[in-house]
Design a protein around this ligand. Structure first.
Ligand SMILES: Cc1cc2nc3c(=O)[nH]c(=O)nc-3n(C[C@H](O)[C@H](O)[C@H](O)COP(=O)(O)OP(=O)(O)OC[C@H]3O[C@@H](n4cnc5c(N)ncnc54)[C@H](O)[C@@H]3O)c2cc1C
Ligand SMILES: Cc1ncc(C[n+]2csc(CCOP(=O)(O)OP(=O)(O)O)c2C)c(N)n1
Ligand SMILES: [Mg+2]
Length: 590
């Protein structure tokens, strides 16, 4: 057994082994092992070679990506699917700058990842040496924190601190940049001694008795309450507590895009997604509400529309872990600043049963005919709509799959028509809205949950941004199904051009390769799907294939996502689907 592996034994923690001298390169891996990391996503190069050279001594799986952006998205997808910290690695210069979009994507959605980059040797720093960039400077605004390490003895404490920062409080990405000489020289490795000081919550994190009492009073006296549940439900693991609150007080629940799956789609109190492309009845209910209970959501502009006319009749309770989010976009009456699950556990004993039936019936009535129309029963017009594809994908997988979407119209149709029952089954870039996210993030999700069925749902535009990662799927021999929603356009931008720029389709018609042939070039089977009648068999074939499978859905080219609140308009000022269209805005249940 090498010294390095002996050092890893200390994970067992049964006794404290003697501190061991290791090279910096070995310390990186030994610390990752100690932190419980089993998989990293990365791409090598000159300055990070010492670390790659030491990798063979450690029980860590390295996934070779095709572009470092893919490594960051894979780490992100791994974190979103598992709730653990994802890890990406890159070399100096272009390797590290290629990570930036992936880091910003994780930052905007509060995802815990640690990115390890190498830099030139410390004596060359600041000399414009070959492949030198100031990656800590570049990523300062898009990381929760970052470090530059140029001393081997600092490596273990800094890396351990990085993991603590990434996963504590409001999670987020942390970057650790390591000079080449710090990888090459040796120091004593003592995992236990490198433990960071215990995480101390922000001093403003406090939930007072008075705050809890005020919140309970508001809930008791409210006639038209709505719970707004967000991504924080998943991040704090508060699904049960949220459900108890909703059921006990009979309060309907609306979800943000990133909150989907935090409350079961089939639950009678679930009103679906709120906001720009959310359910009309939910947006109307928010505008009519007298009490909003925001749980782990940050009142994003896609959610509120025009702030001055947002839910003006409602008092507001905000349960949120990051004090800087409170009163940022929407002024609230009661702020309970802390971890959502803990706060709900403190609040629930004060919540009694309520009769919410009048308000719930009012909302039900506002759904009108839309809620009872079943998309499957609409006559087949010969056209294939993305909505059909999403609905069938949900039906045929029994909703029991992880769906990783890209960004655009297909992302919104997925949110509307695939009904997520469980947390962490929708993985999507919400805050940055990063095209190219889906394929690499799905690879990360599959490594996190190898037993789960994983589907990529991507547009023809975004898929081309990171399609090179098909080769990673093949090299790693993993089973992922890919659904390209191919409308021949950068569809979401085309929709904005149609609505707001007099249908001037500048730079949005898109010529694509034959995606089935592209898959074939990678050794991945595929099929083009042109009609609704073919969807079911195609999905079944993809699911039953042993390896990855690609479906190229050639859908209606100029369909739009409805409803839509134009940017800057009030929540109730929705553009609705024009009448007599073959598709209703929303499908009802089966
Ligand atoms: C094309 C496009 C269209 C979109 N349209 C819509 C739309 O129609 N509707 C919609 O909802 N979104 C839409 N989005 C997504 C939108 O931009 C935001 O990403 C999303 O609304 C944010 O949801 P969130 O606030 O729940 O999650 P986040 O942005 O992740 O915020 C989570 C909040 O929870 C807090 N939190 C984290 N952990 C905890 C914890 N343990 N305890 C308590 N609080 C915690 C965080 O501090 C943060 O404030 C769209 C995105 C795109 C790309
Ligand atoms: C990296 C990046 N560049 C540009 C955009 C702006 N944008 C948002 S949606 C979209 C169109 C996406 O087209 P496609 O992938 O074909 O999906 P569709 O909307 O057609 O479903 C564009 C260009 C973005 N979100 N991300
Ligand atoms: Mg498209």
């Amino acid at each position: 057994m090498t010294n390095a592996l002996k050092a890893i034994d200390l994970q067992a923690n049964t006794h404290r082994p003697a501190p061991t001298p290791l090279t910096g390169a070995e310390i990186i891996w030994a610390t990752l092992v100690g932190e419980g990391v089993t998989t990293v996503f990365g791409y090598p190069g000159g300055t990070i070679l010492p670390a790659y050279d030491a990798l063979r001594k450690f029980p860590i799986k390295h996934v070779l990506v095709r572009h470092e952006q893919g490594a960051a998205h894979m780490a992100d997808g791994y974190a979103r699917a598992s709730g653990k910290v994802g890890v990406a690695m890159a070399t100096s210069g272009p390797g590290s700058t290629n990570l930036v979009t992936g880091i910003a994507t994780a930052m905007l959605d509060s995802i815990p990842i640690v990115c390890i980059t190498a830099n030139v040797s410390s004596k060359l720093l600041g000399t414009d040496a070959f492949q030198e960039v100031d990656i800590t400077g570049i990523t300062l605004p898009v990381t929760k924190h970052n470090f530059l390490v140029n001393k081997t003895e600092d490596l273990a404490p800094v890396l351990r601190h990085a993991f603590q920062i990434a996963r504590s409080g409001r999670p987020g990405p942390v970057l650790v940049d390591i000079t080449k000489d710090a990888e090459q020289t040796s120091a004593v490795f003592d995992f236990e001694a490198a433990k960071p000081r215990p995480y101390r919550p922000h001093p403003m994190l406090r939930v007072t008795d008075q705050g809890l009492a005020e919140a309970a009073d508001l809930i008791r006296n409210s006639k038209r309450p709505v719970i707004l549940a967000g991504h924080g439900v998943m991040e704090s693991g508060a699904m049960e507590q949220l459900r108890t609150l909703a059921e006990r007080a009979q309060i309907p629940v609306g979800l943000t895009l990133l909150g989907l799956g935090g409350f079961p789609a089939s639950h009678p109190l679930n009103l679906g997604m709120m906001g720009m492309h959310g359910e009309a009845w939910l947006n109307d209910a928010i505008q009519e509400s007298d009490l909003l209970i925001a749980c782990g959501m940050r009142f994003d502009d896609r959610v509120t529309g025009k702030l001055t006319s947002y839910a003006t009749k409602a008092r507001k309770i905000h349960i949120e872990v990051d004090p800087s989010e409170v009163n940022k976009n929407v002024k609230v009456d009661v702020a309970l600043v802390g971890d959502l699950r803990e706060v709900l556990e403190m609040l629930l004993p004060r919540i009694g049963t309520r009769d919410g039936s009048v308000w719930i019936k009012t909302i039900e009535a506002s759904k009108g005919a839309v809620s009872v129309r079943d998309i499957k029963n609409l006559p087949d017009s010969g056209h294939l709509y993305a909505a059909h594809v999403m609905h069938d994908l949900w039906r045929l997988t029994g909703g029991d799959a992880i769906v990783v979407t890209d960004v655009g119209q297909h992302q919104m149709w997925e949110a509307q028509y695939f009904r997520h029952e469980k947390p962490r089954t929708l993985i999507t870039s919400g805050g940055l809205g990063t095209m190219g996210f889906a394929l690499p993030a799905a690879i990360g999700a599959k490594f996190a949950c190898p037993e789960k069925e994983v589907w990529v749902v991507a547009g023809d535009g975004g898929f081309q941004m990171t399609a090179a990662e098909l080769a990673t799927i093949v090299q790693e021999k993993i089973k992922i199904n890919v659904a390209v929603i191919n409308n021949g356009y950068l569809g979401m931008v085309r929709q904005w051009q149609e609505f707001f720029y007099e249908s001037n389709y500048e730079a949005t018609p898109l010529v694509s390769p034959d995606f089935v042939k592209l898959a074939d070039a990678h050794g991945i089977p595929g099929r083009a799907v042109r009609t609704r009648a073919e969807v079911e068999d195609a999905v079944r074939t993809a699911r039953s294939a042993k390896g990855p499978f690609l479906l190229n859905f050639l859908v209606e080219k100029e369909d739009s996502v409805y409803p839509m609140i134009p940017a800057g308009s009030a929540l109730h000022e929705m553009i609705r689907r024009p009448g007599n269209d073959p598709l209703e805005e929303r499908a009802g249940d089966e």
